[in-house]
Design a protein around this ligand. Structure first.
Ligand SMILES: Cc1cc2nc3c(=O)[nH]c(=O)nc-3n(C[C@H](O)[C@H](O)[C@H](O)COP(=O)(O)O)c2cc1C
Length: 456
C-alpha cells in the first residue's frame, strides 16, 4: 500500500520536495515557511530538524495540481479527473490486518501518554495553542456500525486532553448518536498518511464509508489496524495514531484558531480524552497550513468531480465545473449547453440546496472558461441582470467558520444565471479572428519572445 513516505520519495525524485535542514521552531516558524513557499508556488517541504523534538514535519504536500496528479499517478490535470471518476465508480473494501508500521511504538496508560511529546505546530499569533490540522478521525456509527472518517481541527490542551471541532457529518452525527445513549465515541486519529486518504476524508458523502472511498481512489484496499484501547480502526501505514474517546455532554472553549477562511474562530467544542498513542519509529508529522493552496486542492478537484457526477446523474448538460481557488470551497462556476430557459435556475436551486458548502454559484454558457476568473467576471458583467437572473435562497445552514453567518447559524445562498437568453444568441457572439490566425500569431510570438500567449 502507498504511504506518506513513499509519496515523499516520489516527490523527491520529481524535484518537488525541499528539505529544510536549519532548525525550525514549531511555534509559528513551520507555519510561516509553509505560507511563504506556497505563495511563491514552491515545492513540498520536509523539516528535518524540529526544535525540541526528533520527529520530522512535512507540509505543502499536494500544494500544486502537478503534485496532486502525482499522488494519483496521473500525468495531467485531465487524466487526474478521468482517473478520479473511474476509480470512484469502482467499489473496494478495506481490509483489517493484525499489525503494521504504526504499531512500532505503542504508548498506553495514563502516566505514559503525553501529547506534548509530539511536535505539533502553532500556526498564528492569536491561536489558542498548538493545533493538529491534519488529523483524520475514524470512528463507527454507534447505531448502524458504519465506519467512516473526517478531517477535524484538534486543539492540544494537555497531555491527554484535546478539543475537537465537530460541525460536519459523519463524525458529528456519530458523536451526537453516542451522546444520546450517554456514551463516549471511540476514535482513532491518524496523522501522516498518503494524500489520497486525506483527500477521501473530506469527500462530502455522509452515508458512505470514506475508508472504502479512499481504497477505491487509491486503486487498492487500505489496510487497517484495530485500536489498542478503542473500538476504532486506523490505516496500518499511518505515521502516528492518537486513540481516544469523545466525551458525552462535555463542551469546552476550543480556539481561537486562524481558519481556512482567513479569520480566527473559536467555539464551545467537544473534548477527546486520549487513551493511547502509537507511531512509527522516527515519525513524520504532517502539517496543513489553513490558507495554503493544498487546502483548496484537497477539496477542489474531488469536489468538482463529485458535483459533476451529481449534476449529470440529474440530467443537467454540464460541460465544465470549477470551484474557484480563493473562495475556500464556497464558490462554484458551472458551464452548460443550455437548451431551455429554465435550466440555469433549476441547476442553481439544485446545487445550492444540495451541496452544503457551496454558498455562491454562477452558471455560464459553454463558450466561457470556468477555470478563468476573468472570463467568468466578463460573463457576469455582460450577460447578467440583477432583477432577472438572481436566485436567492435565505436561511440555509451556514458553515460554522463563516464569519458573516447570521444569528442561529444561518446563511443566504446566491446563484447567478449569466447565460445568454436563447433568442438573443446572435447579439452575444464573441468577437474573434479566424482560429488559424490566432495559432499562427501565437507561434510567432512564442518563438520570438520565448513565452506562450493566451489564445482565444
Ligand atoms: C482543511 C479542512 C479542515 C476541516 N476542518 C474541519 C473541522 O475542524 N471540523 C469539521 O467539522 N469539519 C472540518 N472539515 C470538513 C470535514 O472534514 C467534513 O467531514 C468533510 O469536508 C465532508 O463534509 P462536507 O464537505 O459536507 O462538509 C474540514 C475540511 C477541510 C478541507
Amino acid at each position: 500500500m502507498k504511504d506518506l513516505r513513499q509519496f515523499l520519495d516520489m516527490l523527491k525524485k520529481n524535484g518537488e520536495l525541499l528539505s529544510i535542514t536549519d532548525e525550525v521552531d514549531p511555534r509559528f516558524e513551520i507555519s510561516e515557511f509553509l505560507r511563504q513557499v506556497d505563495k511563491a508556488g514552491g515545492p513540498a517541504l520536509l523539516f528535518e530538524k524540529v526544535k525540541g523534538n526528533s520527529a520530522r514535519i512535512a507540509g505543502n504536500l499536494v500544494g500544486t495540481r502537478r503534485r496532486l496528479a502525482l499522488a494519483f499517478g496521473a500525468q495531467s490535470d485531465l487524466e487526474l479527473l478521468e482517473m478520479y471518476q473511474k476509480r470512484r465508480a469502482r467499489r473496494m473494501t478495506p481490509r483489517t490486518v493484525r499489525s503494521g508500521p504504526v504499531k512500532e511504538v505503542v504508548i498506553k496508560g495514563e502516566k505514559k501518554v503525553d501529547l506534548n511529546a509530539l511536535p505539533i505546530p502553532t500556526y498564528h499569533e492569536g491561536d489558542g495553542g498548538p493545533y493538529v490540522t491534519c488529523g483524520i478521525l475514524a470512528a463507527k456509527d454507534p447505531v448502524s456500525g458504519l465506519r467512516s472518517m473526517g478531517l477535524h481541527r484538534l486543539h492540544i490542551k494537555g497531555p491527554r486532553r484535546v478539543g475537537v471541532h465537530l460541525s460536519n457529518p459523519p463524525i458529528s452525527r456519530f458523536a451526537a448518536e453516542a451522546e444520546e445513549k450517554k456514551k463516549p465515541l471511540d476514535v482513532a486519529i491518524s496523522l501522516g498518511v498518503h494524500p489520497i486518504i486525506l483527500l477521501a476524508s473530506i469527500v462530502s458523502s455522509p452515508t458512505e464509508d470514506k475508508v472504502a472511498i479512499a481504497s477505491s481512489l487509491m486503486g487498492s484496499p487500505i489496510s487497517l489496524v484495530k485500536g489498542e484501547t478503542v473500538n476504532a480502526e486506523a490505516p496500518a501505514d499511518a505515521e502516528v495514531v492518537i486513540e481516544g474517546r469523545i466525551l458525552p455532554n462535555v463542551r469546552e472553549k476550543e480556539g481561537p484558531f486562524g481558519e481556512t477562511s482567513g479569520y480566527y474562530f473559536s467555539d464551545e467544542s467537544h473534548v477527546i480524552e486520549v487513551t493511547a498513542i502509537t507511531h512509527r519509529e522516527s515519525p513524520i508529522i504532517q502539517a496543513l497550513h489553513p490558507t495554503v493552496h493544498e487546502v483548496s486542492l484537497l477539496g477542489g478537484p474531488a469536489g468538482e468531480a463529485e458535483m459533476t457526477r451529481m449534476l449529470k446523474e440529474r440530467g443537467f448538460a454540464v460541460t465544465a465545473l470549477a470551484i474557484t481557488p480563493s473562495s475556500n470551497r464556497t464558490h462554484v462556476a458551472i458551464s452548460i449547453q443550455k437548451k431551455h430557459e429554465s435550466e440555469p435556475r433549476q441547476l442553481l436551486h439544485f446545487i445550492l440546496s444540495g451541496v452544503p458548502y457551496i454558498k455562491h454559484a454562477v452558471v455560464v454558457d459553454d463558450d466561457v472558461n470556468v477555470n478563468d476568473a476573468e472570463d467568468i467576471e466578463w460573463a457576469v458583467a455582460t450577460r447578467f441582470q440583477g432583477d432577472l437572473d438572481l436566485v436567492v435562497i435565505p436561511d440555509m445552514r451556514a458553515r460554522s467558520i463563516d464569519p458573516s453567518k447570521k444569528q442561529g447559524n444561518f446563511m443566504t445562498k446566491v446563484g447567478l444565471d449569466a447565460t445568454v437568453p436563447l433568442p438573443l444568441r446572435e447579439r452575444f457572439k464573441r468577437i474573434t479572428v479566424p482560429l488559424e490566425v490566432t495559432e499562427k500569431v501565437a507561434g510567432i510570438v512564442s518563438r520570438l519572445w520565448g513565452k506562450g500567449v493566451k489564445s482565444q
